[in-house]
Design a protein around this ligand. Structure first.
Ligand SMILES: [Zn+2]
Ligand SMILES: [Zn+2]
Ligand SMILES: [Zn+2]
Length: 148
């Protein structure tokens, strides 16, 4: 496919410089925590980075997202979950057990194509979460049903 995103994310110092901003230890630590934790909420990042409160983490994450270095999604009703921008995938979340399953972005190709064709609507894949019930939970329900 043409027009694919460049998977080598710009490095933080370069990205900041293009905006006239300086590299700080705090910005670097927040980005490192996103890379290390995976699906991290601002609270979890604040816990992982000593001496940086949640409000400051939110501010840093907004900047990093503007710079194209991180993305967020919503895996439930709580805080957004952040990941590195080059880690492109969609999420399946089980309502029953809370399990988060990473799926390849082409999973939603048919939906994205239909939305574009029918409505001229562009799907934001990285922001997209599919909610439902996972295989294990469906199997457990079926076992419970047959035991009645
Ligand atoms: Zn959002
Ligand atoms: Zn489940
Ligand atoms: Zn994920």
């Amino acid at each position: 496919m043409s027009g694919m995103a460049d998977h080598s994310a710009p490095d933080l110092a370069t990205a900041l410089r293009t905006r006239g901003l300086r590299m700080t230890a705090q910005r670097e630590q927040v980005l490192d925590a996103v890379r290390r934790l995976g699906h991290a909420t601002p609270e979890q990042i604040s816990d992982a980075v000593t001496g940086v409160d949640v409000t400051t983490v939110y501010r840093n994450l907004e900047l990093l997202e503007e710079l194209g270095l991180v993305r967020h999604t919503h895996l439930g009703h709580g805080a957004p979950a952040y990941r590195p921008a080059d880690d492109d995938h969609v999420h399946l979340v089980c309502h029953a057990c809370g399990n988060v399953i990473d799926a390849p972005p082409d999973l939603v190709d048919a939906l994205a194509g239909r939305l574009a064709d029918d409505r001229g609507f562009v799907l934001d894949r990285s922001h997209f979460t599919v909610f439902g019930r996972c295989r294990d939970c469906v199997a457990a329900e079926q076992t419970a049903d047959s035991g009645r």
